[in-house]
Design a protein around this ligand. Structure first.
Ligand SMILES: [Zn+2]
Length: 476
């Protein structure tokens, strides 16, 4: 089963080898490993997708969105799921090449607020200018408060609360019930009966921040674990979604250079997109290991703005590049020790790559990715992120999915590799290079082999030692 899965991947990535090679460029990291492993940092070189020299103008436009009809281009504005608000102005406009669209405004219903457009913009009123393609913009609205009914499970007979109310203006003060039951341990509240989407941890701490208001469910489910049940250890991975950044950062090492005010807020479509990706990565790993190792992925969405104190500045070939790792984010302290790998997804709205020039980096168990690099290819091709989300949701063989998986797994593997000393493990990048030179393998295939310790190099199997999954981290 496992073998067949890998073979399928190999065949598939042969089909897309052209694309895979462009991804490798990103992952020819600038690698500075030293004997003092705990301080190792791996920095990924530019750049994921797309042609950075071609920002914003004159890019390839897909037929579906690009064709001018006999009467001009169609620009349309819609409300996500038709819930929470309306578009004031012409929802569908026919525009001649190069002309401006009319202004429209996203107006929230009572008890809702407008939370942004699908192109990552946040101004409720918008006028799209110099139209050169068909486009659909989606407006998102969310409720100001949300009520979840508790489902304590069939075994539970203790005292119960009916529901919990979350208010956007007072999110830090929400108090979830933390139930207790003899013989069982409470593991948290989940958005689904299969316990895939964790809303709170075992202490009732909210994990999903403002993304909670996007959840479909009206019921949340208690997860219990029976005492004394000897279970295989679970490999737990946390992904921290940085919801908001307000920071002053300096682009170069030249002290005369002014600071840049970074202001970023995660949009609904980003929240959804990356939640989909982390779920998918978890499924992928569970499939790959076929029960030998069990993975659980949780997400945490920050609720307080991140400022410059959490950023670290690194040097990539003389250029300054900022990183943001979870162990520098105050809000998530106390959570991190429950996880063996912690990934951070964040953006500085740095689409011109003034403040970063790598795709991601990792230090010990912490890995991070720049959201700009994950989305750059879509943005410069004017591919609506709503469509990207739908494609990812529909089809895990979609090329977009494989790209996202590849890039997440890459940093994830570093979070394990980085725990070993220099001579204890065959380096991941070297394994990538070896197989890419050999030909016939995509980076995803190689990552899979490396994770399974089935990468065969010079007559030896290399990769993450099998003992890692069961014995815990080395050098602890
Ligand atoms: Zn790398």
């Amino acid at each position: 089963m496992k073998k067949r899965y890998i073979n399928n991947l190999i065949v598939f990535s042969l089909l897309i080898s052209l694309l895979i090679i462009s991804l490798c460029l990103l992952y020819s990291c600038d690698l500075s490993k030293n004997q003092n492993n705990q301080n190792n940092t791996i920095i990924e070189n530019n750049t994921n997708t797309g042609d950075s020299g071609n920002n914003g103008s004159n890019t390839d436009i897909g037929d579906e969105t690009g064709n001018e009809t006999d009467n001009g281009f169609i620009v349309s504005y819609s409300v996500d799921r038709n819930v929470g608000g309306k578009i004031v102005g012409k929802r569908s406009q026919t525009i001649n090449w190069g002309d401006d669209a009319e202004t429209v405004v996203a107006v929230a219903d009572e008890d809702y607020i407008f939370v942004g457009w699908s192109d990552l913009s946040f101004e409720a009123a918008r006028q799209d200018k110099e139209i050169e393609r068909n486009f659909e913009y989606v407006a998102y609205f969310q409720p100001i408060s949300k009520i979840f009914r508790y489902d304590y499970g069939e075994l539970y007979s203790g005292s119960k609360h009916g529901s919990v109310t979350l208010n956007r203006d007072n999110l830090d003060h929400v108090e979830f019930d933390v139930p207790q039951m003899n013989g069982y341990v409470f593991l948290g509240w989940y958005a689904d009966k299969n316990f895939r989407v964790k809303i709170t941890d075992e202490n009732g701490r909210l994990m999903l921040g403002f993304y909670t208001f996007d959840l479909d469910t009206e019921v949340i489910y208690a997860r219990w674990k029976q005492n004394g049940m000897d279970e295989k250890p679970i490999y737990r991975v946390l992904t921290v979604f940085v919801d908001e950044v307000e920071a002053q950062l300096q682009p170069t090492y030249n002290l005369d250079e002014p600071y840049i005010s970074v202001s970023y807020k995660m949009s609904v479509i980003e929240q959804r997109l990356f939640a989909l990706i982390t779920t998918g990565v978890c499924d992928y790993l569970n499939n790959l290991f076929d029960g030998e190792v069990k993975f659980e992925f949780d997400n945490y969405y920050t609720t307080r703005p991140i400022n410059e104190n959490s950023f670290e500045s690194g040097n990539n070939s003389g250029l300054r590049t900022y990183s943001l790792q979870a162990n520098r984010i105050n809000e998530v302290q106390g959570l991190l020790e429950n996880y063996r790998s912690v990934m951070t997804l964040f953006s500085m709205n740095d689409w011109d790559r003034v403040l970063h020039n790598v795709g991601g980096s990792s230090t010990a168990k912490y890995g991070m990715s720049h959201i700009e690099e994950e989305l750059m290819g879509y943005i410069i091709n004017y591919e609506p992120l709503q469509d990207v989300f739908n494609d990812l949701k529909k089809d895990r063989n979609d090329i977009k999915w494989l790209q996202s998986l590849d890039s997440y797994l890459h940093e994830f593997i570093h979070t394990i590799e980085q725990k070993y000393y220099f001579d204890e493990i065959y380096e991941y990048h070297e394994a990538l290079d070896y197989y890419l030179n050999k030909g016939g393998y995509g980076t995803l295939d190689i990552s899979a082999l490396y994770l399974l310790n089935q990468a065969e190099i010079n007559g030896k199997f290399v990769g993450i030692p099998k003992s890692y999954w069961e014995d815990g981290d080395p050098h602890m």
